[in-house]
Design a binder for this molecule. Structure first.
Ligand SMILES: Cc1cc2nc3c(=O)[nH]c(=O)nc-3n(C[C@H](O)[C@H](O)[C@H](O)COP(=O)(O)OP(=O)(O)OC[C@H]3O[C@@H](n4cnc5c(N)ncnc54)[C@H](O)[C@@H]3O)c2cc1C
Length: 452
């Protein structure tokens, strides 16, 4: 088989690249997807009467084109929600984000957090140009907020000492309140809608799977081949081995597989790229989903658990995003724990610990019947932004640029991003391949059109 553009992976990045290439007149393109369904991390699994996503997947739309496309894809199958997110710590529930809502915590802890924050205003700590996350958090939020939330929560999520993390990823994801917001939040708890994702959209029917399904529905028949894992790529000969299809020759390659996975399939690789591959770190998100025969607490979408005593860092109530994810009178819950990528995990032990903690947290009663239970781990969940990440990605992408290989999406691009951005990555990739836009720092400007 021979195609102009071979796209590895049928998640949102791969589907979007295929869609936008089609829009730009490139009909010879093939998406090969290992699983039986498209959507990847933005997909859903239906078991019995429950539908589960890979933990919470909510749409935050920031870009005019991204918003228009997603609204057109999902049409009336979207509802807007005001975030109801909470944190459980020191025996109390407080609203998310912690730094802007300490009301409800024991008074001594509120004082510690507010006083620490005000210290940062009155006696700012100098920070170097590329600070580590821990120093940045202390300088930005103060010692109290760092001790009570930022440090324990982020250590639980990233599974990396915070002094080894950079701050490159946090810009959009860690909201910074003003001093008055911190004081108001401590006294009134009125900052419920503070931060970048105060409202979100979610499909009314079908879970988040309805988004990749709608995007795939825009493609001609045969463009996507599911149950077709790529097993090897010869970058020099421009040929991929795909199970179920055989040899696929291509002019241009678009990778959306996690960068570590792709590099392990690709050859030949120079020594510096092989060394850079060894520097990539990630976490695995261990996502346990439960269906329970009792409605979820109506005032909560999800709860963060920063403390070590709880094995999960977050528990969410998906049936509060859409009642159609669970039968009437039932709740669909997701529990999230993280481990370093590649670490061995005893799933039965983790499951027992999670369910025990759910009971201790009062979210599950002894009388509750668990009518559905399914593990949906995300093997590469979050890319770890340690000091090695950015130089390694630079080395790898320079090599790809020389070969004319695109590597896009949250995992192909080896970054912290979200669904809308992933869809835009696919569009920008199609623009570059068809000569419609400037290449970004690390991608080739060569136009597919020129090849024809
Ligand atoms: C825990 C978690 C929560 C998130 N929450 C949100 C949220 O609330 N809102 C939001 O906007 N974003 C969220 N995201 C981010 C969102 O999931 C991603 O931005 C997006 O799904 C990434 O799509 P992708 O196409 O880049 O990668 P993927 O979805 O991972 O797609 C890659 C595809 O490649 C396939 N593949 C793998 N190996 C092979 C192979 N050998 N051959 C062929 N195919 C293969 C996979 O099956 C997959 O379909 C979250 C992510 C995680 C991990």
């Amino acid at each position: 088989m021979k195609v102009d553009v071979l796209i590895l992976g049928g998640g949102l990045a791969g589907l979007s690249a295929a869609y936008h290439l089609g829009e730009r007149g490139v009909s010879s393109r093939l998406v090969v997807e290992a699983k039986a369904t498209v959507g990847g991390t933005a997909g859903s699994v239906t078991t019995g009467a429950f539908t589960f996503d890979y933990t919470g997947h909510l749409l935050h739309l920031h870009d005019a084109y991204g918003q228009a496309l997603i609204l057109d894809l999902l049409k009336d199958n979207l509802a807007v929600h005001e975030r109801k997110a909470w944190i459980y710590s020191s025996g109390a529930f407080t609203r998310y984000p912690f730094q802007a809502n300490t009301k409800g915590l024991p008074p001594a802890i509120v004082a510690e957090c507010v006083a620490g924050f005000l210290e940062t205003v009155h006696r700012p700590r100098p920070l170097g140009p590329n600070p580590d996350f821990l120093s940045w958090s202390r300088a930005t939020f103060g010692d109290g907020i760092t001790r009570r939330f930022m440090r324990p929560y982020n250590e639980k999520l990233w599974r990396t000492p915070l002094a080894k993390l950079t701050t490159e990823w946090q810009g959009r994801f860690v909201p910074k309140p003003s001093a008055s917001e911190v004081v108001y939040g401590a006294l009134t708890g009125n900052n419920a809608l503070f931060g970048y994702n105060a409202t979100f959209r979610y499909p009314v029917r079908g879970g988040m799977q309805s988004l990749p399904d709608a995007l795939a529905g825009r493609l001609e028949e045969g463009v996507v081949r599911t149950e077709s894992p790529v097993t090897a790529v010869d970058l020099r000969e421009k040929v991929a081995q795909v199970r179920g299809i055989g040899e696929v020759r291509y002019e241009r390659l678009v990778n959306t597989l996690p960068l570590n996975v792709f590099l392990d399939l690709a050859a030949p690789l120079p020594a510096d790229v092989k060394a850079a591959r060894k520097d990539l770190r990630w976490n695995t998100v261990w996502n346990l989903n439960l269906g329970v025969d009792r409605p979820a607490p109506a005032d909560k979408h999800w709860i963060y658990y920063p403390e070590k005593g709880f094995p999960f860092y977050r528990v969410g109530f998906a049936s509060n995003f859409s009642p159609n994810l669970a039968p009437e009178g039932h709740a669909a819950l997701y529990l999230e724990a993280a481990r370093p990528g590649g670490a061995r995990v005893d799933r039965d032990k983790l499951e027992a610990a999670m369910i025990k903690a759910l009971r201790e947290a009062g979210l599950l009663r002894r009388s509750d019947e668990i009518s559905a239970k399914i593990w949906m781990p995300v093997p590469v969940g979050y890319v770890v932004y340690d000091r090695a990440r950015t130089p390694a990605v630079g080395t790898i992408f320079r090599h790809f640029a020389a070969l004319g290989v695109e590597s896009i999406g949250r995992y192909g691009g080896w970054k912290y991003s979200f669904m809308e951005e992933t869809i835009l990555d696919g569009k920008r990739c199609a623009d570059r391949l068809t000569g419609g836009a400037e290449a970004p720092e690390a991608s080739p400007a060569a136009a597919l059109r020129a090849l024809k």
